[in-house]
Design a protein around this ligand. Structure first.
Ligand code: HSE
Length: 418
């Protein structure tokens, strides 16, 4: 049997994840990984670890030749990128959980890994405890992965569960998510969909070899979902979830978005409650598979960091096979979405943007419509994020055969059936 590499860790950050990792490592002595020093921002705080472990001098870790692994779990994307890139350049392997930093710097991080030959692992950055990055990376060949559909943010799923199933107010549910250590320090990142978007950017790379900037993906959070939307969902036997979607399209490329979506009762995602995450994969021959687990919180996130640390004993690295060894896919925005929109003022809805509108209810104080709209139109014009308007994708929301549907509609109209 080969010798395992002895790991000496320099840890950046001692918040929810950092402290969780510290405790988890104490319970796994067999791993032969020790934390030599922890770099923190605020020295005054009381921490549950010996004082001599801590420093505020990042170079003490980055330039220490005895440290061969940097674990970066801070929530400042700019500082995080500096730390991670310096560590790689200094010949150290890196484990990071900073999804925002990773998603916003994918090209630079890919280049750094190639140049330095060091390994950067970030399993905990998406879906925390669910080993989805390594699974997408290792198991699913490019051509087999038809679609992936997921709940990737624990806090918003927690909030939706608490307000719609336990009648908590949005404010109280968010406060609870913060107290339990699920939410980001700036919770608008969760609530307005940025965190899910960052995770989806990372997973698109490992699922399809797509190097996208988060800015290029259509997204929203749950900030505008109204109680009345939940009542509509209930009446239809559905739920509303913040869903990240990617689908290989008939015409080539991959359609992707992160938006609130109705989920049918028989969908595996409807079982995903509270801070749990879930990933549904449709693949060529295996059909449907479902990954489920805690998507936020100290120990679940630390468990994924621990697994990355453990993988580094065997010098594991992502090969980015779908990017470098296959023909990578591209994002394709030429899709149409079937959406439900609820609003207070008709004047705020650009009817002309829709391909067609199937249903209107304009009498009540909260009005709504169902219709079909181009994803590109939603990207161009943000009316659907403003004035308290709420847009929710229908369960079978992606429409690829728009021309056929238009023709069918036309012939039904001509026959007087519509
Ligand atoms: N704020 C994140 C979430 C933490 O709620 O999913 C885990 O990445």
């Amino acid at each position: 049997m080969g010798e395992h590499k002895e790991l000496v860790i320099g840890l950046f950050g001692f918040g929810v994840v950092g402290e969780g990792l510290y405790k988890v490592l104490q319970q796994t002595p067999s791993l032969k990984a020790t934390i030599k020093q922890v770099c923190i921002k605020h020295p005054g705080k009381t921490r549950n670890a010996p004082e001599e472990l801590f420093t505020t001098n990042r170079d003490a870790l980055l330039n220490d030749p005895a440290i061969n692994l940097i674990v970066e779990v801070i929530d400042d994307a700019i500082a995080g990128f500096e730390i991670v890139s310096t560590a790689l350049k200094n010949g150290k392997d890196v484990v990071s959980s900073s999804k925002k930093m990773i998603a916003e710097n994918l090209p630079a991080l890919l280049e750094l890994q190639q140049k330095t030959g060091r390994s950067l692992l970030y399993e905990s950055s998406a879906c925390a405890s669910i080993p989805v990055v390594r699974n997408l990376e290792e198991y699913y060949d490019n051509d087999l992965l038809h679609s992936i559909r997921a709940i990737v943010n624990g806090s918003t799923n927690f909030i939706l569960t608490k307000i719609f199933e336990e009648n908590l107010s949005f404010k109280d549910a968010l406060l609870l998510a913060q107290q339990l250590g699920f939410a980001e320090s700036d919770p608008t990142l969760d609530v307005e969909g940025f965190d899910a978007l960052n995770k989806w950017t990372i997973l698109l790379l490992h699922a399809y070899g797509i190097v996208a900037h988060p800015e290029h993906i259509l997204f929203n959070g749950i900030q505008n979902i109204a109680k009345s939307d939940a009542l509509v969902a209930k009446a239809r036997g559905q739920q509303i979830k913040l869903v990240a979607q990617a689908k290989k399209l008939i015409n080539g490329g991959v359609g992707a978005y992160v938006l609130p979506q109705f989920v049918n009762a028989d969908s595996p995602l409807s079982f995903v409650k509270n801070e749990y995450n879930g990933v549904v994969i449709e693949s060529g021959f295996a059909d449907q598979q479902f990954f489920y687990g805690k998507g936020a919180g100290s120990f679940p996130t630390a468990s994924a960091v621990l697994s990355d640390i453990s993988a580094l004993r065997y010098e594991y690295r992502y090969e980015y096979k779908k990017l470098y060894h296959h023909k990578p896919h591209q994002l394709n925005d030429a899709i149409y979405l079937k959406v439900f929109v609820s609003f207070t003022e008709l004047a705020n809805i650009p009817k002309e943007d829709f391909e067609w509108i199937e249903e209107w209810h304009a009498q009540e104080s909260r009005k709504y419509l169902s219709g079909v709209i181009a994803l590109q139109k939603l990207k161009q014009n943000m009316w659907w994020k403003e004035n308290g308007t709420s847009l929710i994708v229908e369960a079978d929301g992606i429409i690829e055969d728009i021309e056929e549907r238009k023709l069918k509609k036309k012939s039904l109209e001509l026959a007087g059936l519509l």
